[in-house]
Design a protein. Structure first.
Lengths: 207, 113
């Protein structure tokens, strides 16, 4: 009753300009700015590749299989995120939390596989940020920065989804908030769809 | 708060009633299939430029599927779709201004120290 006195009916407000709520719009704008960050890193990688003769191709079949599994895991996590969002829209708290946990597990699996690849490159190929294979430090510098930034985003995403699952279970978040967190997760997936072919598949060492 | 309530009330619930949940499984399957095609292509010894052209094309198709269906942009208002995509594409195109410089460096043959 008090709420009805404090706020006019919904019809009194004009519809939002973008036809969506502010949280979702805010997330979209954040993702827009973040896509420019990744865009700049991918362009930096491409610039280095174009301007450097004898670009190294350190990824053998093992690395490509590993990266392909990582891609499959990330794509599957996007599907489980969609299932979490759909469950939250139906008001099914248990299913929402379960699908969010599956998505987080996929994210963790992705990071573990990625770190395995990193350690292999560091220990076997003797790569580091300033030390590249075949005497081309531009490769390792751009590779570690780009994939490291992506891995950081996945890690933050796992923590974010954990927080959303926890608060949704407690009833302090709404279905709309799960959808907004899904936007972030799908974006992380989206960025990998460019990193995987541009960085890995374009630098294969076919034996 | 009330404005947000208006927005939430005016939006369709995300029950994915636009064709049911089945469409998301199809999108997921399509994305996996496109990934498999990319990996097969990587072992075909194609010319670098051809490879780049095909892989980038497939990546844009995949990103379209993710943005349109998984991120639900397909179901947002036309105004929002255009604002987000046009600004993103414009900014990314501006970054291409650096590529001629990369080619120039390659032809100059910069020596390492």
């Amino acid at each position: 009753m008090a709420d009805a006195v404090m706020h006019p009916p919904l019809e009194a407000y004009e519809p939002p300009l973008m036809g969506t709520n502010s949280r979702k719009l805010g997330m979209w704008l954040f993702l827009l700015s973040d896509s420019l960050t990744f865009g700049a890193l991918i362009f930096a990688y491409s610039y280095s590749r174009m301007s450097t003769p004898n670009w190294p191709t350190p990824f053998n079949s093992g690395s490509i299989i590993n990266a392909t599994i990582m891609t499959g895991v990330l794509l599957t996590s996007s599907l489980t995120m969609v299932l979490a969002v759909a469950a939250s829209a139906r008001g099914n708290v248990k299913a929402t939390v379960q699908w969010l946990l599956v998505t987080m597990a996929c994210g963790i699996a992705f990071v573990v596989l990625h770190l395995r690849e990193w350690f292999k490159l560091i220990n076997v190929e003797n790569m580091w940020f300033n030390q590249g294979p075949g005497g081309v430090p531009q490769f390792s510098g751009t590779f570690f920065t780009l994939t490291g930034m992506h891995m950081l985003h996945v890690t933050i995403g796992v923590l974010y989804l954990g927080g959303v699952a926890w608060r949704f279970r407690r009833g302090t978040l709404r279905a709309n908030d799960v959808e907004v967190s899904g936007l972030y997760w799908h974006f992380v997936d989206l960025v990998w769809m460019f990193i995987f072919p541009m960085v890995y598949l374009m630098s294969t060492r076919i034996q | 708060m009330a404005h947000d309530d208006v927005a939430l009330a005016s939006q369709p619930p995300l029950s994915h009633e636009h064709g049911g949940m089945g469409v998301f499984y199809w999108v997921w399957g399509g994305l996996l299939l496109l990934t498999a095609i990319e990996v097969v292509l990587a072992y075909q010894n194609l010319a670098l430029a051809t490879m780049l052209f095909i892989l980038l094309g497939l990546s844009f198709v995949k990103s379209g599927l993710i943005i349109g269906w998984f991120m639900h942009l397909k179901y947002e208002t036309k105004r929002m779709r255009w604002l987000l995509m046009a600004s993103l594409v414009a900014c990314l195109c501006l970054m291409m201004a650096f590529f001629p410089d990369a080619r120039r460096l390659l032809h100059m043959g910069i020596q390492g120290h």
